[in-house]
Design a binder for this molecule. Structure first.
Ligand code: SAM
Length: 194
């Protein structure tokens, strides 16, 4: 089964937990990571890696010694990712949930990372999971580090990300089906009420 068919099957079965009909295109993946300073990125955490289109672009762009950790909850996607990146020594595919980010990093001897890239369906998350996610991002992202988030709803969630970050920019990418883009954020806010 190809990535597209697997993705579509998962979307039909799990709906908003997947939140997209197809894996991100290469153009969207490139737009998503366009805010990353690759020369100074030594550790990068990707959240909701799916079948790995953004991971592939990260692996191309990153320094060879950059430690790339790609987190995904779905076991079938994880299995596919493990095969796909088996020969890329600086990519580690991790099965886990974003609720457990600090523990996942601690198990790897890390407290923080230089950059976080997310393909998570954050707007579909229940409020407690949204809060837990941004709390964890605040804990694990190094000061000044970028947080990049894909979206298939251009501009719609600017207010959501501005609730959690001091700096938020939207980058439109029309060469995706549907037209999409990425939020480029930094400066997680110290504390956010519901
Ligand atoms: C919209 S898809 C994006 C997949 C891929 N990054 C891409 O761009 O094609 C969202 C992914 O987030 C994963 N996901 C959803 N909730 C998660 C959670 N709580 N922890 C880890 N991954 C999660 C889903 O399994 C799915 O693979």
């Amino acid at each position: 089964m190809n990535d597209f068919t697997l993705f579509l099957k998962k979307f039909i079965r799990h709906g908003t937990a997947i939140a997209s009909l197809a894996p991100s295109s290469r153009k969207l993946s490139l737009a998503t990571v366009a805010n990353i300073d690759w020369a100074n990125t030594h550790t990068l955490l990707e959240l909701g890696a799916g079948t790995g289109p953004i991971t592939a672009v990260i692996a191309e762009k990153a320094r060879p010694d950059c430690r790339i950790m790609a987190l995904e909850r779905d076991p079938d996607f994880v299995e596919r990712m493990k095969v796909r990146f088996a020969n890329v020594p600086n990519v580690e595919v991790i099965q886990g949930d974003v609720r457990n980010l600090p523990e996942i990093l601690a198990e790897r001897g890390l407290e923080s990372v230089d950059a976080v890239v997310s393909g998570l369906p954050i707007p579909s998350f229940p409020p407690d999971l949204q809060e837990a996610l941004f709390d964890n991002v605040r804990k694990v992202l190094k000061p000044g580090g970028p947080f990049s988030q894909i979206t298939e709803m251009p501009w719609v969630y600017l207010r959501l990300y501005r609730k959690y970050f001091d700096n938020v920019r939207f980058r439109f990418e029309p060469r995706n089906l549907p037209p999409a883009g990425a939020y480029h954020c930094s400066g997680p806010k110290a504390s956010v009420g519901a």
